[in-house]
Design a binder for this molecule. Structure first.
Ligand SMILES: Cc1ncc(COP(=O)(O)O)c(C=O)c1O
Length: 482
């Protein structure tokens, strides 16, 4: 700082606001985004390799001085082009999403304003509440309260923390003392339930993985017996977790029967619908979710089957007071005014982005009907794949039809002795080949290919390509496991 001018050196750093290159930068990024969206409209024939130049770039040291924004935007787009993208119509692995265009625009807007949803942010806070009610209306969950989180894992932890506090009031302050809390879920529940038990002091060993029926849904009678036995043995049952769409096969647990068990035993009922719950909005699938209205809490991932980009999940609760009793603090620097709880009083997070904007914009731009149709189409594609696979002599599927949009299948070629080894190799070959992308799963000790359809861009041709490519490469790799 110069002694003549004490304020020099305290001017805003204009360079960081891209002054001078803003218009160019925005036009440039728009062009890159547009070409990505245009490309996602169709499948591509193979994945882009990481070029030697790109490899060099990815190994370069911290730059002391910057490069032009348009050049760096090109580099970033090139990196993304050589990455797996769930937005592509033939990405069938795990549980993908779609990078919905208006969701991406919402993220740009939300990040630009960088609103913090920790405390009252005025209109953005009202928008978040509105998005919660829209989502609850869409799913048919009557309580219409809750909060947005970063993902299904966080939503499940949030709900189960509240369940623990209800079952063991004061445990958030005093700890669990000598109590031995337990959770009950399908043995095919997502491992985020185990994770929740681990970090909530319940312990992974106290998660009772309950047997499933022939359709891979939890058996409520076995859950009822396990709860009674644990009570008799001095445990404190905390919650039943129903899975509405298991990650492995898309099975939907019988929510109504579990609600009866929860009511009889005075337990919290949480529905983990991170993947499958959006199908409750579709009239053809609604019967699978009978009893949803009786849940104390539900998880739904907007970044899965509501199509918006990551990271966006919601936990909806019957009584928002349960969240407040679990998470609220009275800190001197945290004002408690206004009509609603501060978000920090009902969530695990402190600083929070406006995740709700992308869901709000998806509803506003497309309307609920279009989203319902897209979900229904994904289910219809799953049915189509199941029937088509069954009609091909060398393809095997599970005995039960898909409940939602996951259809495990594998090849049983006459010349192939070890189908499990062959399926593992085939999956790797498919991923290397790049025309379609699918992940493996182990079901009852057997290895299967496990496609999941949650992308609105996926068509009948894309699904048939999955079968065709699998059969073609499957024959090629029988020599390795013949
Ligand atoms: C049923 C279920 N619950 C929870 C999760 C975890 O969700 P997230 O990856 O958003 O944390 C998943 C993820 O696939 C899931 O399938």
């Amino acid at each position: 700082m110069s002694p003549e001018n004490p304020s020099s050196g305290l001017a805003a750093t204009n360079e960081l606001s891209l002054a001078g290159s803003r218009d160019d930068a925005l036009r440039h990024v728009t062009g890159r985004v547009l070409s990505a969206w245009n490309e996602f409209d169709h499948a591509r024939e193979h994945e882009t390799e990481i070029s030697p130049d790109l490899r060099l770039l990815l190994e370069s040291p911290l730059p002391e001085n910057g490069t032009s924004v348009t050049r760096v935007l090109d580099q970033a787009a090139e990196i993304l082009d050589a990455s797996l993208a769930q937005s592509r119509p033939r990405y069938f692995a795990f549980i993908g999403s779609s990078g919905l265009a208006v969701g991406a625009m919402a993220d740009l807007l939300a990040a630009t304003y960088d609103t913090n949803l920790a405390v009252d942010a005025r209109a953005a806070t009202d928008l978040e509440w509105q998005a919660v009610t829209w989502l609850a209306d869409f799913l048919g969950f009557p309580a219409r309260t809750g909060t947005f989180t970063s993902g299904g894992t966080l939503s499940n932890i949030t709900a189960l923390a509240s369940a623990r506090e209800r079952a063991l009031p004061g445990s958030r302050s005093r700890g669990l003392g000598g109590a031995r809390p337990t959770l009950y879920c399908s043995r095919e529940a997502h491992y985020s339930i185990t994770r929740a038990a681990e970090i909530l002091g319940i312990g992974a060993d106290s998660v009772r993985g309950i047997d499933i029926d022939s359709e891979r849904r939890i058996r409520p009678d076995v859950a009822r017996m396990a709860i009674a036995q644990d009570r008799a043995d001095g445990f404190t049952p905390v919650a039943i977790v129903a899975t509405a769409g298991t990650t492995l096969t898309g099975a939907v647990d019988p929510l109504d029967a579990l609600a009866d068990v929860a009511r009889e035993s005075g337990l919290w009922l949480h529905v983990d619908g991170a993947y499958g719950l959006p199908a409750a909005a579709v009239s053809e699938r609604r019967h699978l979710f009978r009893g949803l209205e009786d849940a104390d809490s539900v998880t739904v991932d907007c970044h899965k089957w509501m199509f918006v980009p990551k990271a966006c999940s919601a936990v909806l609760v019957k009584d928002v007071g349960d969240l407040a009793r679990t998470f609220s603090h009275d800190e001197a620097y945290m004002p408690h005014e206004g009509e609603h709880y501060n978000a920090v009083d009902i969530t695990l997070e402190y600083s929070r982005p406006l995740r709700a904007l992308k869901m709000w914009m998806a509803f506003a731009v497309h309307g609920a009907a279009t989203l319902r149709d897209a979900i229904n189409t994904n289910c219809a594609l799953a049915e189509m794949l199941y029937d088509e696979a069954r009609s091909r002599p060398d393809v095997r599927v599970l005995a039960s039809r898909p409940q939602l949009s996951i259809v495990p299948f594998r090849l049983a070629l006459p010349e192939c002795r070890d189908v499990d080894e062959h399926t593992s190799t085939l999956c790797r070959e498919i991923q290397k080949d790049g025309r379609v992308y699918v992940s493996p799963a182990t079901i009852d000790g057997q290895v299967w290919l496990r496609p999941c359809f949650t992308n609105f861009r996926t068509s009948r041709e894309d699904v048939l390509a999955l079968l065709d490519v699998s059969e073609e490469l499957g024959r090629d790799c029988t020599s390795l496991h013949g």
